[in-house]
Design a protein around this ligand. Structure first.
Ligand SMILES: [Zn+2]
Length: 435
């Protein structure tokens, strides 16, 4: 597979660090960002590169040459005048006959490309965007997807959002089919996202691949220093799904949000004090933050799937306002006991996902390559603790309410007890550091 890297950007906001260097040449711990990218792609079996440079980007071919030193083959295309992120595709007619990778040269990343490419092929997608939650969804364009991960639209950060939305943003990495090349027949000044991606969204042929892996741009001095620290702290390669992941599984009601009674509509949801701060700490660590929640209110007919999604979107938005995000959320809508007025008969089953069964944790393990023995389960009931024990995780019981309302899991002993989620997360991160 060929990787097309757009390395023509000017990078003026980084001038204090880079001087006149093209942004992809900015060194992170002694190596240009672009070299980190090429290395990651090469490790994933990608050996052919086309790098688009601007007329003042000669430092790139001067450094990388034909790629031989790096074990790859590199061809350069010089953009005589700025064509915009989409227009350069017009220079590639005849050069690409198959699926290819497109990425922007100023991104620090380390991902398992095989998973991304497999997803693209399974979906028979024309254009697949790498998507992830970020710490500032409120001032980001967000991706709106359907239940099959098909991209429905891009909601611009300039729009007024008077609804609860998913924290899912476009990272700037794509797997493209050759249709993308055919679409841009000749070089013209067009924006990739606004014109090319939008075209394939309109056709229903664009998908979003959601991942927890590390992809960040280094476009401002603050971000540059953040990325440098993450690399020093070994967070960047650790997050690649090619490596085993560690996760902190979080119960929802009474752990992330305040719990009085079941939450049946979005307006009833309020975050627990300190929850966003705690999840932000997880986001900055090498752990994943994944919520696993039993929502029998759906089976009992007390809320709908639609409203449950709205509740979860509100939770994401409240967390996002404070710079925190969940890597994913799994819920069990089932309930085993029949006899509630308005219940949904097909959900009244004994399933494999209702905690303390571990179906949701196994699904997360499969999707994110999680080592359960290196992971934690935090919740406010013994049912959560039993779940963690059943999955082979260590556990923390939050003493925020009655830990065992049904008196069913007397035997379940947590590894630790804490009074808040923040205290629990701080404890885990301390143990990890060996303090
Ligand atoms: Zn279930």
């Amino acid at each position: 597979m060929i990787a097309l890297i757009q390395a023509g950007g000017a990078g003026t906001r980084l001038k204090s660090i880079t001087g006149d260097m093209p942004k992809p040449m900015v060194p992170i711990c002694g190596k240009p960002i672009l070299e980190w990218q090429i290395e990651n792609l090469h490790e994933n079996g990608v050996d052919d590169f086309i790098i688009v440079i601007s007329p003042n980007g000669k430092a790139i071919p001067n450094y990388f040459g034909d790629g031989g030193k790096f074990g790859v083959r590199i061809e350069y295309i010089e953009e005589k005048e700025p064509l915009g992120t989409g227009g350069v595709l017009g220079l590639l007619q005849g050069k690409i006959q198959d699926d290819f990778i497109l990425c922007f040269g100023d991104l620090m990343l380390n991902i398992c490309w095989k998973k991304f490419i497999d997803f693209h092929r399974e979906k028979h997608s024309s254009l697949t965007a790498f998507a992830h939650p970020n710490s500032h969804p409120f001032d980001s364009d967000v991706l709106v997807t359907d239940e099959k991960d098909r991209l429905v639209r891009i909601d611009s950060k300039h729009n007024v959002r008077n609804y609860y939305y998913k924290n899912l943003t476009n990272a700037g990495l794509y797997v493209c089919s050759k249709d993308v090349i055919s679409f841009v027949q000749e070089p013209a000044k067009i924006d990739f996202e606004k014109v090319v991606l939008q075209h394939f969204i309109n056709e229903g042929k664009a998908f979003a691949y959601r991942s927890s892996e590390y992809v960040k741009d280094c476009g401002t001095p603050d971000r540059y220093y953040g990325v440098t620290n993450d690399l020093k702290n070994e967070i960047i390669p650790a997050k690649s799904l090619a490596n085993l992941q560690k996760c902190i599984f979080l119960d929802r009601d009474g752990t992330i949000n305040k719990f009085g009674d079941f939450v049946r509509s979005a307006n009833q949801l309020e975050l627990a004090p300190g929850a966003a701060e705690a999840i932000k700490l997880i986001n900055e660590s090498s752990y994943l933050a994944i919520c696993v929640t039993n929502q029998p209110v759906v089976a009992r007919g007390e809320t709908t799937f639609e409203e449950l999604e709205n509740i979860h979107n509100k939770m994401e938005d409240l967390l996002g306002e404070q710079g925190a995000y969940l890597n994913d959320l799994f819920f069990c809508p089932h309930h085993p006991d029949k006899g509630y007025p308005g219940e949904v008969p097909e959900l009244k089953i004994s399933c494999d996902c209702r905690k303390p069964k571990i179906g949701m944790l196994l699904k997360a393990k499969e999707k994110y390559n999680i080592d359960l023995t290196q992971s934690w389960m935090i919740g406010d009931t013994k049912q959560d603790i039993q779940t963690g024990i059943n999955a082979g995780c260590r556990t923390i019981l939050l003493t925020t309410g009655d830990p065992n309302p049904n008196r069913r899991y007397q035997e379940a002993q947590p590894t630790y007890m804490c009074s808040t989620l923040l205290e629990a997360v701080r404890l885990i991160l301390k143990i990890k550091k060996g303090e």
